[in-house]
Design a protein around this ligand. Structure first.
Ligand code: ZN
Length: 501
């Protein structure tokens, strides 16, 4: 007697079909699984056997062979528990497949010893795969229901335990269907109005948010660099439906979804520490796990104390910053990730941190300061659109009470500027910061007078060609924030003020 149950797995973010074939015959009572790639096999066997027993499906002493194909590709993880258990339940006749469920649905889920079905990584991937390949639906853990429901036009059958799976297959009963809930992520209780002074840095963050520009804050310890960067999420628009699916997919594979955050519909903010391993930032590992760079996609990647990050991490940022792509090649896989994030960085200006303070507090020599900045300037500085220098506030500035704008007010301008860009590019996710050379020529035309003026400034300040393009892109966003069709001189001047050579 044998049965075939369908499941899927993935490499990187690409899914593929996995056939789970179960063959049961008389003979020496053994239970063997062929085709699972790692030590998960023996653990999986024990879980499945115990879960079936505790769900009142008593295994007869027979020879059980399970084969997972395709054979050549490594398959890991516990999410084959459910399809294997389903194969055994149907082959042994515990349940009857009266509705052709087995040929139309994919199954995935990890079993607990009591027969409960637990959350798995990459569920959204399987659902997308099922839809694209014409399957009717996916039977998956209840805990993965929210992320799976992002995809319409395919049946999602959430199950809590093996009993429910049995009743779905034999009686077509769906137990735990519920209204789709798009969770409201509680607004963080931080706001731009909390931050005193630092008008230039705030303005730079607004421009970064509006046009998806990269930004670096260079300033003394205690000037509020990371406090400001964290607040960028409060002025960014929510994710589009497409972005929500993309980001949730990556979080799902990385195992970063939770009951509290079952889908990602607000911009992610990722701030890895410089002591994090390069793999955890870049991504990789035996089977490929997305790193911080991929998790930040559609949101923000913030590297505090940029100069302290290992060279390999800084180097690996080049491609995502320039092409919005991250490629990783290993013997076992090749992964191409679309990475569309706003890059924020902060750094001290020198070893001691106080080079910008007027008090003479800095103890570094000019050579030391140059050396310190050089660490980051090579690979990164030139790829950043907005440079801002920050000083600590003086006593008077700290004491003075000047009400500053709330995040909500800034966000309204950001959203308006995004709408203008959406009309310009015909694409909701594409912003000025992503413009190609061709688009730059088309959308950043200057008047003859401004062209002349700008040429002179560029020569005097010895700004590179790449720097020139960045200034134009930033000026385009500044003009959009001002709802101005043309890039005017004042927009250019402001863009220039965010450029350290
Ligand atoms: Zn110093």
């Amino acid at each position: 007697m044998n049965k075939k149950v369908l499941s899927s797995s993935y490499i990187g973010i690409e899914s593929f079909l996995v056939d789970v074939e179960v063959d049961i015959s008389n003979g020496l009572p053994i239970f063997s699984i062929i085709g699972l790639g790692d030590t998960a096999i023996s653990e999986s066997k024990d879980r499945i056997r115990t879960a079936l027993k505790n769900s009142n499906f008593k295994l007869e002493p027979k020879k059980i062979i399970v084969n997972l194909s395709p054979a050549g590709i490594k398959k890991e993880g516990a999410h084959f528990d459910l399809p294997i258990a389903v194969g055994i339940m149907t082959t042994m006749g515990f349940i009857k497949d009266r509705y052709n469920i087995l040929e139309n649905y994919l199954f995935l889920g990890e079993l607990s010893l009591t027969g409960e079905i637990k959350r798995v990584n990459g569920a959204l991937n399987s659902v997308i795969f099922a839809k694209e390949n014409g399957y009717k639906g996916v039977v998956l853990p209840f805990e993965n229901y929210q992320e799976a429901s992002l995809i319409r036009g395919v049946d999602i059958i959430p199950v809590k335990n093996l009993q429910e799976v049995g009743e779905f297959i034999s009686k077509n009963i769906i137990h735990t269907i519920q209204e789709k809930i798009i969770p409201n992520i509680p607004e963080e209780e931080i706001d731009f109005s909390d931050v005193k002074g630092q008008a230039m840095a705030k303005r730079a963050l607004e421009i970064a948010a509006a046009g998806k520009h990269n930004l670096i804050l260079i300033g003394s310890p205690g000037s509020g660099k990371s406090m400001l960067c964290k607040r960028i999420t409060t002025i960014l628009p929510p994710l589009t439906e497409k972005e929500t699916i993309e980001s949730t997919k990556i979080y799902s594979i990385a195992g970063e979804l939770s009951e509290k955050r079952p889908i990602i519909n607000t911009p992610p903010f990722r701030a890895p520490h410089h002591t994090s391993t390069p793999i955890s930032i870049i991504g990789g590992g035996k089977k490929f796990t997305p790193g911080e760079i991929s998790l930040a996609s559609n949101g923000v990647l913030f590297l505090d104390e940029l100069g302290e990050f290992p060279r390999s991490v800084l180097e690996s940022l080049r491609q995502p910053l320039e092409e919005q792509v991250l490629s990783i090649s290993r013997a076992q896989y090749r992964v191409n990730f679309k990475t569309n994030f706003i890059f924020l960085a902060a750094t001290n200006p020198c070893e001691c941190g106080y080079a910008f303070e007027p008090s003479g507090r800095c103890t570094c020599t000019q050579t030391e300061i140059n050396k310190y900045m050089k660490k980051i300037s090579g690979p990164i500085m030139d790829r950043i659109d907005l440079h801002v220098e920050m000083r600590r506030l003086s006593e008077e500035e700290l004491m003075s009470y000047k009400p500053s704008e709330s995040s909500r007010e800034i966000r309204e301008r950001v959203i308006k500027a995004r709408t203008i860009q959406k009309l310009r590019f015909g694409n909701e996710e594409f912003c000025n910061g992503n413009m190609t050379q061709k688009q730059l020529k088309k959308y950043c035309q200057l008047s003859e007078e401004n062209k002349e003026y700008f040429k002179k400034v560029i020569q005097t300040l010895e700004i590179s060609a790449r720097g020139f393009d960045k200034i134009l892109k930033v000026a385009r966003t500044i003009a959009d924030l001002a709802e101005s069709k043309n890039i005017e001189k004042e927009h250019l001047m402001e863009a220039l003020s965010f450029r350290k050579k």
